[in-house]
Design a protein around this ligand. Structure first.
Ligand SMILES: *Cc1c(COP(=O)(O)O)cnc(C)c1O
Length: 395
């Protein structure tokens, strides 16, 4: 497909590339779609809302006919809160599978919502495995729902969601997925992986601008969710019922973000859908990781756990390496990178998503090499403690 092999247009207006997991670098067409105003009640805007809902559903693939899509104003966390509050009944109990900041945030959300829950906390980056989930569910029959993070963006680990789903449904429970940073680039076909609902947002792998998220859920779950939600504005059932009836969002929609998201969805389709988008990101990751390893950097994760979304690298042990300086020098070369989020060792992250291809990733590696030289860093090798930490993952 020509769209995926054409070099990607560099950002205009002299903007740096955002090597971050959203907001990310968007195309000019996406930005341009925001250069007009829309009436939220107008037929044209209602048509756009209908269009994005059906296009998002189509990305599910086989099994999509049992699902519906409900957009929700706010950042991704608002949509996560909407999903948890709407689908976990007040007398339900959740098991949260946490291995990073976003799993912790789901658990914290449940505390705010006053929903009973337990957390399987795997630390910074170890994957929750199917057999562990099965054991916890067997030991605690009160658990009704399991909450899993698809790609835990804080380390970049791609969690084994198929294995988790099998364990959940073998025990007769329900799975809710935070696929924020994975949906649109990594398959989540209901005929392969069973779940009740998943959530993502406009400014991740579909490459739109921030402003709203969306919950994709079995229609039967939405109907059953009536009256569950603790919140007026985050009530998925109410938002869905209103959209079905009037075609409108209940409260002011982010009209410009919606219009540009439709543009982003068309580009996603032209690139070959989930497979095409996922292939470009995987190539971005492969080029980035190979190049950085050649410079002496080490990834936190072994290759089998690396997602095509974002990669965590250990900071070099060399005393001349100071992350804030590395950041500024990379920015001066046109690349905004991302600080690490690990508790035990120093790290930084480089995102593979957004309007970037392997040519850009090669330039990121070159910029890193030049920056190390400017800083007088002789070796990019991490401290021994980091490698010991990583060895736990292999054990
Ligand atoms: C981005 C992200 C979120 C939502 O974060 P917001 O800052 O609220 O948009 C939630 N979960 C994961 C895994 C994410 O990557």
């Amino acid at each position: 497909m020509s769209a995926s092999t054409d070099p990607i247009e560099p950002p205009r207006l002299g903007e740096p590339y955002l090597l971050t997991p959203g907001p990310l670098t968007t195309s000019y067409a996406v930005k341009q779609a925001m250069l007009r105003d829309w009436g939220s009640w107008d037929d044209d805007f209602r048509g756009m809302t209908r269009d994005i809902r059906s296009r998002l559903l189509a990305l599910l693939g086989e099994g999509a006919e049992d699902f519906d899509c409900v957009p929700m104003q706010g950042s991704g966390s608002f949509a996560v809160e909407a999903m948890l509050g709407s689908f976990i009944p007040r007398d339900g109990k959740a098991l949260v599978l946490a291995n990073g900041a976003y799993g912790q945030r789901s658990a914290q959300t449940l505390t705010y919502l006053d929903r009973d829950h337990v957390v399987l906390d795997k630390g910074d980056y170890l994957p929750p495995r199917g057999d562990e989930v099965a054991q916890i569910l067997a030991d605690d029959p009160a658990i009704t729902h399991v909450v899993a993070i698809h790609c835990e963006t804080s380390s970049g680990i791609l969690n084994p969601i198929a294995e988790i789903s099998k364990a959940v449904y073998a025990a007769g429970r329900k799975l809710l997925i935070d696929s924020m940073s994975a949906f649109g680039a990594i398959d989540l076909q209901p005929s392969d992986i069973r779940y009740e609902a998943m959530v993502s947002s406009a400014n991740k792998c579909i490459e739109g601008v921030p402003g709203f998220g969306f919950v994709i859920t079995r229609t039967s779950e939405i109907e059953a969710a009536k009256g569950n939600c603790h919140s007026l504005s985050l009530d998925i059932h109410a938002q869905w019922a209103n959209m079905e009836k009037t075609g409108q969002w209940r409260f002011t929609p982010p009209t410009h973000a919606v219009a540009s998201f439709l543009e982003a969805l068309k580009a996603h389709e032209a690139e070959g859908g989930v497979a095409g988008r996922g292939a470009r990101y995987a190539r971005n990751r492969d080029v980035l990781v190979a190049g950085m390893r050649e410079l002496g950097f080490e990834t936190l994760l072994a290759s089998r756990w690396l997602s095509p979304i974002i990669v965590t690298f250990f900071c070099p042990a060399d005393e001349n390496f100071v992350f804030s300086r590395f950041y500024e020098l990379m920015k001066a070369k046109g690349f905004i990178i991302y600080p690490g989020k690990l508790t035990a060792v120093d790290s930084f992250r480089i995102g593979c998503i957004g309007q970037m291809d392997e040519h850009v990733m090669r330039r990121v590696v070159t910029a890193s090499k030049e920056t190390l030289a400017e800083m007088g860093v002789v070796s990019a090798a991490p401290p021994a403690a980091a490698l010991e930490e990583r060895a736990k993952l292999a054990a």
